[in-house]
Design a protein around this ligand. Structure first.
Ligand SMILES: *Cc1c(COP(=O)(O)O)cnc(C)c1O
Length: 800
């Protein structure tokens, strides 16, 4: 029947499976197999186990006629999948043993897997955590995304500058996906529309085919697996034989090359609309393929479209798939014969939208000319949506199409039955800023679902030392019931237990230090405080506040070398969008500062700065367990939630942070005495910005800040080019929109508080342990339960 059970396997069975795959699936003689071959063979052996629960889950979903959740996202930052699979199947010991018998090192084989970097940052990583939690919870679901040939670029540094190279994760065979040549849809762009009364016939000018690739995503204990379905663009006629026969070989290959462009690159910018036709094509390509697939599956089970909202929940991860509103209306109206009002109501009942940003420049909009050129029928439907919305809400002042633009935020809001923010603060601000007017019309639509992270990847798998201490202490139930971490609280005053907690942290730090020495040529002492800021480079995230403080700190150490400074290494990692020159300047500045400070014999035992290249999920997994201090220092009101902040707290790093995004809730959960707060609140930010010369005033009031800025301005860190950072200095002394200078003084104060707190290691470790014990609420299982209950009306098919 459709029993969903956990797979089991012995090391010997595992070994045989690996050998079988190596020999017969990969055609490699074990005598000559390389690491990559062992990794592939191991992956296929693990995949077999996942496939069994995957099929069982699919059968059960059909058998129960369950509602399915469809998570549409332009990004899935899934990282490596092999360890995730092994850990979730609880086959770590067997896999290790099997490889050992085969003369292979488990960690080396795992480390060979490339990161699937199909996302920019937090938004894409959230989608990946959600898929894993949906599977852990046994909620039938599909993730829909694009199979980018090149994920986010690979970052390296040359003379401190960011260098971007294409990511080539698909150069090696990808073990996890199943190509589905039979699951293809033909999609159109452009052309003409023939309107006949209510409905219309759209005759696109250009077509492209979408082909599906499926990756099973397995949940905890392997009890359930859902599908990540990624679309790849193919030409309708892959090859132009006429051109070829004429000897025009390049021309013959052109249709294929053009079509493939759509799924070739991930836009390496998550905060500003690149305004490119290709981006809009990508968004439509993803969304239209997903909707066709959803309706095809629905049709295979039901013949009454009225049932759609009770069987289908479609979540829009940000506005990127917002074209789902008009496209679903179009499919129902023009192709399925539903009336417009019913089509709109049906679409609204299926759709919901997650907002991820209040930055106005990051809210997508498209010029109506471009939009109408690519999607002429959709532009008409947007107008009808606006008309219907206006009729139902005569007092309304907003519409999706306005000022020559199609506004994807407004469109998403109008076409969704629920709109959620991603932290309590952010959801509250949505009602008074970006969606103030729409919220007045629809006061029940906005709700909050604070983000979370999967404890399987972000604690169990990335931090085995801490995980085993936790399991020794409270048992293993925490892995899918993270609130059980509360059970650790009663141990934090037990000196022996706390020493074990401290030992786990210390060993993680020693391991990171060894890795940095080996791969980066940087020597740091694990006894130093590991102060970590890892995230996308952005002015609102304020890496430049951090480096300014580092400069001031260094100057102060030099001025007063003997006051008992707390030794600290500041670790940065993060990529800047290739066209975001200010952010790239910040990277270079940090690298330049690092070179000068790290070379200073007088201070290097007290302060070092390291910028690690190519931040990705794997690097995050390496750094977070070893962090003492988590830098979450965004300008209040600008970070929607953050999820990095949660990973750090869970792994026992203390936060120095502003009252922004989910920091607010982290501080509430872990206790204000276990959190280093500084800076203005979101309420104070606008008033401060309105003060004439606010930056000059802040600088005049803080001699440390003044002298740090002078050091940059006079070329202390760029002696061969003293004006290199004129842009940064001008910004900070002038408009300083993100209020770096205003918050500097309080940030300095908080950092010195951090220094003295770290000086008392017992008290520090107690605070760290309390952060772990009280972070259970930040599990993405909790978040997904919230979506299931409040937004999707979906249920788990796992019996407990
Ligand atoms: C968690 C994570 C993020 C999000 O970090 P924030 O600090 O919340 O911006 C970005 N990138 C990677 C690789 C992550 O793992």
């Amino acid at each position: 029947m459709n029993m969903v059970t956990s797979p089991t396997m012995t090391a010997a069975q595992f070994r045989d499976a690996i050998l079988r795959h190596l020999t017969y699936a990969l055609g490699k003689d074990p005598e000559h197999a390389q690491v990559q071959d062992w990794r592939m063979a191991l992956s296929l052996a693990v995949r077999d186990q996942i496939v069994d629960s995957w099929f069982a889950a699919t059968r059960k979903s059909y058998a129960e006629q369950a509602k399915r959740v469809y998570y549409l996202s332009m990004e899935f930052l899934i990282g490596r999948l092999l360890e995730d699979g092994i850990v979730n199947l609880r086959l770590v010991d067997q896999a290790r043993g099997a490889l050992e018998e085969l003369g292979q090192d488990y960690d080396t084989v795992l480390a060979d897997e490339p990161d699937a970097a199909l996302g920019n940052g937090g938004l894409g990583r959230l989608a990946a955590c959600f898929l894993e939690s949906l599977s852990t919870l046994g909620c039938p679901a599909y993730g829909y995304g694009l199979r980018y040939e090149h994920g986010l670029f690979r970052q390296s540094f040359k003379d401190g500058r960011q260098i971007e190279a294409p990511e080539t994760w698909l150069l090696q065979q990808h073990a996890w996906e199943f190509e589905r040549p039979e699951a293809r849809f033909r999609l159109g762009f452009g052309g003409t529309v023939d309107v006949k009364g209510e409905t219309a016939t759209w005759s696109p000018a250009e077509f492209v085919e979408a082909e599906a690739y499926d990756t099973p995503i397995v949940g905890w204990k392997g009890r359930w697996a859902n599908t990540l379905r990624l679309w790849s663009a193919k030409a309708v006629d892959p090859f132009d034989l006429d051109s070829f026969n004429r000897g025009d070989f390049a021309g013959a290959a052109e249709p294929e090359a053009l079509a493939r462009t759509i799924s070739r690159v991930l836009y390496p910018d998550d905060t500003t609309g690149p305004g490119k036709e290709l981006r809009l094509k990508q968004e439509y390509f993803l969304t239209a393929s997903a909707l066709r697939d959803i309706l095809r599956r629905f049709d295979s089970e039901y013949d009454d479209l009225g049932l759609l909202p009770s069987k289908v929940a479609i979540q829009l991860n940000d506005t990127h798939p917002a074209i789902a509103g008009p496209e679903l209306v179009r499919l129902l109206l023009d192709e399925r014969g539903m009336g417009f009002e019913d089509a709109m109501a049906t679409a609204q009942a299926c759709l919901s939208y997650t907002n991820h940003t209040l930055l106005p420049e990051a809210l997508e909009s498209w010029g109506e000319d471009l939009f109408g050129k690519l999607l002429p029928r959709h532009l008409q439907i947007v107008d009808r949506i606006d008309d219907a919305h206006a009729k139902a809400n005569p007092s309304r002042k907003v519409s999706a199409r306005a000022d020559g633009q199609v506004k994807m935020g407004e469109l998403s809001f109008i076409m969704a039955h629920k709109v959620n923010g991603v932290s309590a603060l952010h959801s509250g601000l949505m009602t008074t800023t970006v969606f103030e007017e729409l919220h007045r019309l629809h006061p029940d639509r906005i709700l909050n679902q604070t983000n979370g992270v999967t404890p399987r990847r972000w604690l169990l798998s990335c931090n085995p030392r801490l995980s085993s201490l936790i399991t020794d202490t409270i048992g293993s139930g925490w892995v899918d019931d993270l609130e059980q971490l509360k059970g650790l609280e009663s141990h934090v005053d037990d000196a022996e237990w706390l020493a074990r907690y401290a030992a786990a942290k210390h060993d993680n730090k020693a391991e990171l230090a060894a890795w940095m020495a080996e791969t980066q040529g940087v020597t740091v002492d694990p006894a130093m405080m590991f102060d970590v800021q890892i995230k996308r480079l952005h002015e609102y995230k304020r890496q430049h506040l951090n480096i300014l403080e580092a400069i001031a700190h260094w100057q102060e150490i030099k001025a007063n070398p003997d006051v008992g400074w707390t030794p600290r290494v500041k670790i940065f990692a993060g990529k800047a969008a290739p066209g975001y020159f200010f952010a790239k300047d910040i990277i270079r500045l940090i690298n330049d500062v690092s070179e000068v400070i790290n070379a200073d014999e007088e201070t290097r035992h007290l302060l070092q700065v390291v910028f690690l290249p190519n931040y990705n999920v794997t690097l995050a997994e390496r750094l977070i367990p070893a962090a003492d201090l988590s830098e979450q220092i965004s300008t209040a009101g600008k970070e929607a939630s953050g999820t990095g902040n949660m990973k750090f707290a869970l792994n026992g790093a203390l936060t120095v942070g502003t009252l922004d995004g989910a920091n607010v809730e982290i501080r509430e959960q872990v206790g204000s005495e276990n959190f280093f707060l500084f800076g203005m609140t979101a309420d104070e930010v606008d008033a401060r910005r309105a003060i004439d010369g606010h930056a000059a005033k802040a600088i005049a009031n803080d001699t440390r800040l003044k002298s740090a800025l002078e050091a940059i301005e006079t070329g202390l860190f760029s002696p061969d080019e003293p004006t290199r950072y004129a842009n940064i200095v001008e910004n900070l002394t002038g408009p300083d929109y993100f209020l770096v200078t205003t918050d500097f003084t309080d940030y300095w104060r908080a950092q010195r508080e951090v220094d003295s707190a770290y000086g008392d290691q017992d008290a520090w470790m107690r605070m760290a342990a309390l952060n772990t014990a009280r972070s259970g609420w930040f599990s993405s299982d909790r978040t997904i339960r919230g979506y299931m209950g409040d937004i999707w009306n979906a249920r788990s098919l796992l019996e407990d």
